[in-house]
Write a new protein. Structure first.
Length: 109
């Protein structure tokens, strides 16, 4: 109970996030940390010029000094060109103090 009361942090990335690939911009990224588990939510848009049945990405989260704090894999199903999709991912560590994030396209089918 003490951890939940003391460790709930909600931060919103409204601007200034760094993108590994401009073909898949992120927006409205939120990181919520409870104890030592972080949930990352946001939106990703497919501006790649291709449709994907499944698109796989690596999401990286950094602190203000651009040190990697954590990363996770996300998959977007039926990701058509021009479509914006919601995503949610869990990183099993605290991301308190995060500043920015990046997305890397890994593969697509």
């Amino acid at each position: 109970m003490k951890n939940i009361l003391c460790a709930v942090l909600v931060m919103v990335c409204l601007a200034g996030c760094a993108w590994a690939e401009e073909e898949f911009p992120l927006k409205n990224v939120k990181v919520r940390t409870i104890a030592n588990v972080a949930e990352v939510q946001g939106e990703i848009t497919n501006n790649s010029g291709q449709d994907y049945d499944t698109a796989m990405f690596t999401l990286n989260v950094y602190d203000k000094n651009k040190n990697l704090m954590g990363s996770t894999k996300i998959a977007i199903q039926n990701f058509e060109e021009g479509k914006t999709a919601d995503f949610s991912a869990v990183i099993t560590k605290s991301l308190a103090g995060w500043k920015t994030c990046s997305i890397q396209f890994d593969s697509g089918l």
